[in-house]
Design a protein around this ligand. Sequence first.
Ligand SMILES: C[S@@+](CC[C@H](N)C(=O)[O-])C[C@H]1O[C@@H](n2cnc3c(N)ncnc32)[C@H](O)[C@@H]1O
Length: 272
Amino acid sequence: MSFKHQASAYIQYLWKAKNEHSVHSPFLFKLLIHAFYKAKSNSDLEALDTWYKNMCQSEESFQFEDFGAGSHINKAKTRQVGEFTRAVGKPKKYRHLMYHLCAQLQPKSILELGSATGVSGAYMAKGYSSSKLISIEGSTELAQIASREWNKLGIKNASIKSGEFNVHLDSVLSELKPLDLAYIDGNHQEEPTLAYFEKVLEYGSDNLTIIFDDIYWSEGMTKAWEKIKAHSKVRQSVDVFQMGVILFIIVKGHFPFEEANAKDYYYSLIIK
Ligand SMILES: C[S@@+](CC[C@H](N)C(=O)[O-])C[C@H]1O[C@@H](n2cnc3c(N)ncnc32)[C@H](O)[C@@H]1O
């Protein structure tokens, strides 16, 4: 059911993106250009990628307490760090995107729901090291692993609260207020997603950006995303099927991670 839903959502997405054919807001467009198009690797990203590769190979085992909507892949209780990181992780281009988005947006405060083994949190925290990032993770042993890994990476601007999202959400949001960036990457169900969204809005700054992952994970998530886009406070939303990359490819005709080319129309228009 879910695979079928994802496939049909993907086709609808491609169709819609092709017909809309452009990103209307200059702010969003510029952000996409800088976070995708001009995105280049650097020593931070090289170190993070090496670390990520090691994480993916780790055979360390841990007890996983499943708090959320579960996984399409594996419901076992004993899991391995490497296998788990690969199962929930994103490809390199999306990890880099998390880094570049933070580098571009420079959020003073970041909330992450769902630390897992600490991958997305590490890329965001390193992307803008003057930020303060707090991540919430329900699975106790995962929270310990992510925290330990962030220490190893020398990350000083991020910490983890271990427990159910709802247990910590109010206190964490009070600590981060006014919130600049939220990354919602856990408990992929319609009602909880909408509740997190409302809560995050309450504590958000004027520049609040919210990133929802897995918006086509299930019908419930797609419904939640549709409701969020229609919310009166949401001025701009980029339909990020794995974060807008597809849209970018359709508009530009190539992957956004290739090196910036001064001959390109958009490059000369916006970046020069
Ligand atoms: C998709 S993974 C996060 C991946 C991570 N952000 C990354 O990209 O590396 C979702 C995580 O959220 C946690 N989670 C899901 N629902 C939760 C809930 N209701 N309370 C606390 N943690 C939850 C799970 O234990 C899991 O580790």
